[in-house]
Write a new protein. Structure first.
Length: 105
């Protein structure tokens, strides 16, 4: 049979279907009285978890604004620092250009 690159490849292994209530093959991370050092405190917890999100109060808004102001200040200091580094470089370049023009005549 000739090799056909357009033909899809068949799976080599059948997928294993694990029922929802089966714990087969999973590690038990729970600590037991006979082995208190098993795992590191993780437990296999299944089910739905709720996440409660509350409104931001005045203190939270103030902290958020303070964090934003701090980030803006850091960025401004970095930009200003970059500009201040280039000022002496430009002054030296202008002075050297003037000296070369002066000595050229």
């Amino acid at each position: 049979m000739a090799y056909d690159p357009n033909r899809p490849e068949r799976p080599r292994v059948e997928p294993e279907i694990i029922p929802p209530d089966g714990d087969r093959g999973q590690a038990n991370w729970r600590r037991t009285p006979d082995n208190p050092w098993r795992g590191s405190g993780f437990e296999n917890v299944r089910g739905t978890h709720r996440v409660y999100v509350g409104r931001i109060g005045p203190f939270g808004i103030a902290l958020l604004l303070l964090a934003i102001a701090a980030i803006i200040a850091i960025v401004m200091i970095a930009v200003l620092g970059a500009v201040l580094i280039w000022i002496p470089v430009l002054v030296v370049a202008i002075v050297l250009t003037a000296l070369f023009r002066l000595f050229r005549r």
